[in-house]
Design a protein around this ligand. Structure first.
Ligand code: SF4
Ligand code: SF4
Length: 560
């Protein structure tokens, strides 16, 4: 039977590999899923396998099992991936934006390759929108505004607004050859994927009356997420998304998930790190630059989008491994950066140890290997199936806090946790706030007529505060994580008795709600005894009382 994994042995390894791995001694083409070398063709090339082999200090037995794990991690990512393939036609119209008049030769070269080339000075261009294969350029010529269509653009030192569009390449960043290679590769058909999955039902922007979120659009470096303010809908342009995952790390509710490594895949993947230290390395980093031995038990974890990791991912990995995480990267996203600080503060309070290290060179990495310490006491597992991001983090963090009071951790500029206060004397239990909260932090409990709140699930969005009809009744406490048991439990915020209809005895509202309406309406009804009585009747009895009074008056001839 064809094996899924292939290992191209270029050095002559002196120990056996797991039988799931086909060992080859020369370049090969096959129907393989994962390979350790590009010369052994497979759908996925996993450079971390050779990197681990060359640098690890693990025993041979551990190496054999770890290599199998590294193959399996890649296969798992592939099996769970939720991306889809799309293609966009890309024609041959290229716009070159430069003031350098010596580029006529480049123009001629591209024309020879069947490109239609236009040259413009950057000072004439006012705006660029659209996407690769369909770019619209607005330009000013003398006093006239003109529109120009092209498929791709080469622009030296392009401004940010242009670089946000797909299909715009800057030779100052990529080198001229790099930019030209992009043009040539894209011509004909441009292939792209959806990197982001979106669940509008828990989005804190979707169809809200006021804007209380939109963090994903704020951090998106391209124009892949747009807010349609009229409808409060998010529009995703997958062709413009380059898959960094920055939006996933700041999304407070978990409405966004990374298709290349969905949350549930990550939960399965972390099982491979039990007792090991995860060395997370974004795919774009050059493994060749890490030239130090890996400490025993250190396993590389290559990730596609360098910015998508959030608190639920990282705490899962920490609690599954019982070891710190090392993030080897030259860029940390706003969301991941906030979360690393928050988790480090929590681990410092609880274990007096550092949980997550960030470094970008071998010297730093070597120092971390010297100083890092395990914390097996933090190990904990939960079934994350069907749980949302906040629910996962809450369950895990609650176990870590374990009945103690570890004080307060301030949350960040991009990751918000908090609390709310409800003035029970003003709350009528109308439950508007429960309707406003789409992440189940506020819930209604008919068994005891209570309104309850779980702070650890709350996204601190503030929508309940703007929805509450009572003045100064509900207020949100911003950016505080209170690490004690009550922060993780459902606290009763308000509670009341049910009022029973004075006609039929059916409970129909809370005592406070009836009293409040009665207080407002009594002065308006004056001494009309029938109307006053209806204030204490259920919806079914109200009209009956009114009609009965009308009939009685009719019979008495009083309705004339
Ligand atoms: S960050 Fe998440 S919750 Fe906020 S608007 Fe974007 S998708 Fe919605
Ligand atoms: S409880 Fe209020 S602040 Fe918290 S998520 Fe729900 S609506 Fe937002």
């Amino acid at each position: 039977m064809q094996k899924e994994y292939v290992f191209y042995d270029t050095v002559g390894i002196d120990f056996p590999l797991d039988e799931a791995i086909e060992l080859v001694k020369s370049p090969c083409h096959g129907d393989f899923l994962v390979s350790n070398d590009p010369e052994a063709e497979a759908i996925i090339y996993a450079p971390e396998i050779n990197f681990y082999l060359q640098h690890s200090r693990d025993s041979i037995a551990n190496k054999i099992s770890t290599i199998t794990k590294l193959y399996a991690i890649r296969a798992l990512g592939f099996d769970f991936a939720q991306d889809m393939d799309y293609a966009q036609e890309v024609g041959n119209k290229v716009l070159i934006v430069t003031d350098d008049e010596s580029l006529e030769a480049l123009k001629a070269e591209l024309r020879d390759e069947d490109f239609t080339v236009m040259l413009l000075s950057p000072s004439t261009i006012l705006d660029v929108n659209g996407h690769i294969g369909s770019l619209h350029v607005t330009l000013k010529k003398e006093d006239e505004l003109l529109e120009l269509e092209c498929d791709q653009i080469i622009w030296w030192n392009a401004p940010l607004f242009a670089m946000k569009q797909s299909g715009v390449y800057d030779p100052a960043l990529l080198g001229l050859e790099g930019a030209l290679k992009k043009l040539r590769d894209n011509k004909g058909e441009y292939h792209y994927k959806n990197f982001i999955n979106y669940d509008p039902s828990i989005c804190q922007y979707h169809e809200r009356r006021t804007e209380i979120c939109g963090k994903c659009a704020e951090v998106c470096p391209t124009v892949a997420i747009l807010k349609e303010d009229e409808t409060k809908h998010l529009a995703f342009s997958h062709i413009d998304c380059h898959g960094c995952g920055g939006c996933v790390s700041v999304c407070p509710s978990g409405a966004l998930d990374y298709t290349q490594m969905p949350r549930i895949a990550f939960a399965h993947l972390s099982e491979s790190f039990k007792g090991a230290t995860a060395l997370i390395i974004p795919n774009k980093m050059d493994l060749g630059l890490i030239d130090i031995p890996l400490r025993e038990g250190v396993l590389p974890l290559m990730i596609e989008g360098e910015k998508y990791l959030h608190e639920a991912h990282l705490l899962n990995l920490l609690q599954t491994s019982g070891n710190p995480i090392i993030f080897y990267t030259d860029f940390i996203s706003k969301g991941t950066g906030d979360v690393i600080r928050i988790i480090n503060e929590i681990f410092e309070k609880k274990y007096h140890k550092k949980a997550i290290y960030v470094c970008e060179d071998s010297a730093d990495l070597a120092r971390i290997f010297e100083s890092m310490e395990s914390f097996p006491e933090c190990m904990y597992g939960i079934n994350e199936d069907g749980l949302r991001k906040r629910e996962i983090f809450s369950a895990r963090l609650s176990h870590l806090v374990d009945g103690e009071d570890l004080g307060v951790v301030k949350t960040g500029e991009h990751v918000h946790y908090g609390d709310i206060i409800i003035d029970e004397s003003k709350c009528t239990l109308c439950l508007s706030c429960v309707g406003a909260c789409n992440v189940r932090a506020l819930t209604a409990h008919p068994e005891d007529n209570s309104l309850r709140f779980n702070a650890s699930i709350c996204t601190n969005c503030g929508y309940c505060e703007v929805t509450c009809p009572e003045k100064d009744c509900l207020s949100v406490i911003k950016d505080e994580m209170r690490l004690k048991p009550s922060w993780f439990s459902q606290r009763i915020m308000a509670k009341d008795e049910l009022f029973t209809c004075i006609e039929c005895g059916t409970p129909f509202a809370t005592v406070k709600a009836v009293e409040k309406i009665a207080a407002i309406m009594t002065p308006l009804f004056g001494n009309d005894a029938v109307k006053l009585r209806t204030l204490y009747c259920c919806a079914a009895c109200k009209p009956k009382v009114m009609f009965q009074a009308h009939m009685d008056n009719e019979n008495k001839g009083l309705n004339l």
